[in-house]
Design a binder for this molecule. Structure first.
Ligand code: R5P
Length: 238
C-alpha cells in the first residue's frame, strides 16, 4: 500500500502518512506557465494499492483536474488499485436538476473520476448519500457525527440542546447528530431565490430556552448559516 498526496491539503496527507508510518510517494506536481497541470510519479508503483489524497475544494476546478491527472498517471503506471480519498467532495450540491436546463455536477464529477481509472472512493460526509450511487464502484462515505458528538457532549455538558438543520436537505445529517447527543431536532424552511442567496421562511420545532447546534456541510457565501442564526435568535427571544 502506498499514499500519494495531491496539493489540496499536504498537511493532512503528511499527518495521515505519519500515522500509518508510510512515506508519501515521491511526485512532481507542477503548473505550466499557462496554468496546465503536470504530474510525474517518481517511483515504481506497479502492482501497488495506491491511495490518492486530494480534496476537490477551492480552487475546485484545479483540484479536480489534478486528481484526475494523478489517477491517470497511476493507472498508466500499472497500480493494482487506485483509491481516491476525497475528504471534501466538491460539486456535490448539484446532485439533481433543481430547475429545467441545469446540470447535475455531482454526476459529471463522478463520471470523470471513474473514467480516469479510480477503483474506489473514500470521502467524508457526502452532501447527499445518494451520490454514492453515481459511481459504479465502492464508495466509503465516512461520517463525522461521532467526533462532533463527543466534542459537543464535553463542551455543552449541562445545556438543553437542540440540533437545527438549516434546510430540509440537511435533515438526515442533523438527525444523526441529534440522536447521538440525545438532543431535539428543529428544521429551517429555507428558500433560495438565486444561487448564493438564501431566505429563512419558517422554523419547525421548539427552540425556546435551548442551545442551538446548527449542522451544515458547506459554508459558501455564509448566507445560510447567518440567516439561520438570525432567525433562531429572533424566535428564541419571542
Ligand atoms: C446546501 O444544500 C448546503 O448544505 C449548504 O447549506 C449551502 O451550500 C451553504 O451555502 P451558503 O453558505 O452560500 O449559504
Amino acid at each position: 500500500m502506498k499514499i500519494l498526496s495531491g496539493t489540496s491539503n499536504l498537511k493532512l496527507s503528511k499527518d495521515i502518512s505519519k500515522n500509518l508510518k508510510l512515506k508519501l510517494i515521491n511526485t512532481n506536481i507542477k503548473r505550466f506557465a499557462d496554468g496546465e497541470i503536470y504530474i510525474e510519479v517518481n517511483e515504481n508503483i506497479r502492482g501497488n494499492s495506491v491511495f490518492v489524497i486530494q480534496s476537490t475544494s477551492n480552487p475546485a476546478n484545479d483540484n479536480i483536474m489534478e486528481l484526475l491527472l494523478v489517477i491517470d498517471a497511476l493507472r498508466r503506471s500499472s497500480a493494482k488499485t487506485i483509491t481516491a480519498v476525497i475528504p471534501y467532495f466538491g460539486y456535490a450540491r448539484q446532485d439533481r436538476k433543481v430547475a429545467p436546463r441545469t446540470s447535475i455536477s455531482a454526476k459529471v464529477v463522478a463520471n470523470l473520476i471513474s473514467n480516469a481509472g479510480a477503483s474506489r472512493v473514500v470521502t467524508v460526509d457526502l452532501h447527499a448519500g445518494q451520490i454514492q450511487g453515481f459511481f459504479d464502484m465502492p464508495v466509503d462515505n465516512l461520517y463525522t457525527a461521532p467526533l462532533f458528538a463527543k466534542y459537543i457532549k464535553r463542551k455543552f455538558n449541562n445545556k438543553k440542546l437542540i440540533c437545527v438543520s438549516p434546510d430540509v436537505g440537511g435533515v438526515a445529517r442533523t438527525r444523526a447528530l441529534a440522536t447521538r447527543i440525545k438532543a431535539d431536532l428543529a428544521i429551517i424552511d429555507k428558500r433560495r431565490p438565486s444561487p448564493g442567496k438564501s431566505e429563512v421562511m419558517n422554523i419547525i420545532g421548539n427552540v425556546k430556552g435551548k442551545t442551538c447546534i446548527i449542522v451544515d456541510d458547506i459554508i459558501d457565501s455564509g448566507g445560510t448559516i447567518v440567516n439561520a442564526v438570525d432567525a433562531l435568535k429572533k424566535k428564541r427571544s419571542k
